[in-house]
Design a protein around this ligand. Sequence first.
Ligand code: FES
Length: 106
Amino acid sequence: MTEFVKVARVEDLPAGERIRHDFEEETILIFNVDGEFHAVADLCTHDDGPLEDGPLEGHEVSCPRHGARFDVRTGAALCLPAFSPIPTYEVKIEDGFILVESPDEW
Ligand code: FES
């Protein structure tokens, strides 16, 4: 069964912003894109760079190291130098909190 973990209050993650959450095995970024929440691994598939400080335009986050872009909804790699998607995680809202699927359960 999927385990969900509280990562923040909804009000603490305004539109256009992101937060980072460290699980035991993985670090995850949670984005608020126009009121929709999306969670992805904080790990670029090109050369394992962190995406935490990458610019977000619409649903696309860019890797600050060499410019690969990913769709935060699907994890899809949108341009070189990345080919492979980044992992995505389920997000749900309960009682004003953002909950994310725990990658430690994978
Ligand atoms: S590490 Fe992300 S594009 Fe190279």
